[in-house]
Structure formats: structure tokens, C-alpha cells
Design a protein around this ligand. Structure first.
Ligand code: CTP
Ligand code: CA
Length: 226
């Protein structure tokens, strides 16, 4: 008997996944970051590779091993991630932006350790580049999937980001629910699509979320090819 490989819409497709937090440097000993573990993005990268895609994983600092069979790119800051993602963008078929990118960075990075001061220390901040928004503005043939981490009004904010960033799909994540969000092995998400439909998934492992999400992505890829 011959081994019959599972055929997949994603076979030979080029999929870029971003994952993890970013770190924004303040001085030689300090940085600003967030609680993202990278688990969701790594699960998506692994599942896409298992379905035969060529996967590029661009990841901020995490404590997890990159999956086998993905091209791994380690980055630190939002600016590093922006540059890496833009360098790959034109040749990609699908981009999934699950990274928790810092929205602000210190305006000045001090060469020396910042010392305690007589007054309260105030750190002047500036906005980072919105990577996903830039991808949306420069979108050609690519399918663009974003994430929205919200603690309230999930549907409203997720739909707003879907439109504003010119996405094909957004994964809304209610971080206020037990079993959802940044550090754990499970998640509770709603997938909102450009056509106005949505899919509410119950509590499940991040690997199962990845599998459901890739099923939806496969449907979009098929539609795109019609
Ligand atoms: N994102 C990005 N670049 C940034 C900030 C966010 O690419 N500088 C992406 C994230 O990777 C995610 C999506 O935008 O896919 C939504 O991130 P989120 O933090 O939920 O939304 P923001 O647009 O940053 O808005 P806010 O934090 O104010 O809710
Ligand atoms: Ca943000």
C-alpha cells in the first residue's frame, strides 16, 4: 500500500507568522515588554507547516523552541519586527500577525544606566510603527489576518481593526475571560471575517485554535483562487 499524503490548500503556499512580545529598550539594563508567551503564534506556524506550507516565523523573545520545518527569524523590538516582515511581504501568500507588538517605545535610549533622580522619573514615549496597518495599506495578492486583544467590547473593537487595517480576517481575543489570553495553553476566540460573518469558538487549546483558524484560512485561499 502507498502512503497517501493529506492534500492541502496550503501545500507550497508561503505563510508568514509573527509571534511573541516585542522588547523596547530604555537603557542598558531595562526594557518595556508585555505578557505574550508566543504560544498562539508558534502553534499557528507549526500547524501551517504540518499542512505543507513554507512557513516564515518572525518572533520576539519567548521561552519556547521554534517548531521544526519553519524558517525562524528572531527579532527584539517592534522596529526589528517591522523591517523583517516588510522584507518578506511581497513574496508571501498569507500573513498572520499574532505578535503582541509594543504600541510605544522610549523616545530616547540611554547609553548609561538611568540613575534615581530627586524628582519622579518620567519616561517620554513615542509610537511604534503599526506593522499590520502598513501591511494592509500595501496589500496586493496577500491574505492578511490580524489579532485583536481586548478586555471589553470585543466585537466592536475587532470589527473596527478589521476595517481600519484592511484585513481579510481578525481573531478576537477577550483577555478578560478565564482560559483566554496571553500566558496559558488555552484560548477563547471569535474569528471575524471580511464578509461580515463570524465564528465563536469555545474554550480550547491554542493548538486547536490554530487548527480552526487554518481551516478558515484555507477557505479564504480557495476563494481567492477562484
Ligand atoms: N500590531 C502591529 N503593530 C503594532 C501594534 C499592533 O502589527 N505596532 C498588530 C498586532 O500584531 C495585532 C493587531 O495589530 O495583529 C492588533 O493589535 P492590538 O494591540 O489588539 O491593537 P492596536 O491596533 O495596537 O490597538 P490598541 O492596542 O489600542 O487596542
Ligand atoms: Ca496594541
Amino acid at each position: 500500500k502507498f502512503f497517501q499524503p493529506k492534500s492541502s490548500v496550503l501545500a507550497e503556499k508561503k505563510v508568514l507568522v509573527t509571534a511573541g512580545p516585542t522588547q523596547e529598550k530604555l537603557d542598558p539594563v531595562r526594557y518595556l515588554t508585555n505578557h505574550s508567551s508566543g504560544k498562539m503564534g508558534y502553534a499557528i506556524a507549526e500547524e501551517a507547516a504540518n499542512r505543507g506550507a513554507h512557513v516564515i516565523l518572525v518572533s520576539g523573545p519567548t521561552n519556547i523552541q521554534p517548531p521544526a520545518n519553519v524558517t525562524f527569524n528572531q527579532v527584539t523590538s517592534a522596529e526589528d519586527m517591522f523591517e523583517k516582515v516588510m522584507a518578506y511581504y511581497n513574496e508571501m501568500d498569507v500573513v498572520v500577525k499574532s505578535a503582541a507588538v509594543a504600541d510605544y517605545r522610549p523616545k530616547r535610549v540611554s547609553d548609561q544606566k538611568i540613575k534615581k533622580q530627586p524628582n519622579d522619573l518620567a519616561i517620554e514615549m513615542e509610537r511604534t510603527t503599526d506593522i499590520l496597518k502598513t501591511l494592509g495599506e500595501q496589500k496586493k495578492h496577500q491574505l492578511l489576518i490580524g489579532f485583536a486583544a481586548e478586555s471589553e467590547q470585543l466585537e466592536f473593537y475587532a470589527q473596527d481593526k478589521l476595517k481600519r487595517k484592511n484585513l481579510d480576517m481578525i481573531v478576537g481575543n477577550n483577555i478578560a475571560l478565564a482560559g483566554a489570553g496571553f500566558q496559558g495553553d488555552t484560548n477563547i476566540v471569535t474569528i471575524f471575517k471580511k464578509d461580515g460573518t463570524s465564528l465563536l469558538l469555545p474554550l480550547m487549546s491554542k493548538k486547536e485554535v490554530a487548527s480552526n483558524l487554518l481551516n478558515e484560512i484555507e477557505l479564504l485561499v480557495k476563494e481567492n483562487e477562484k
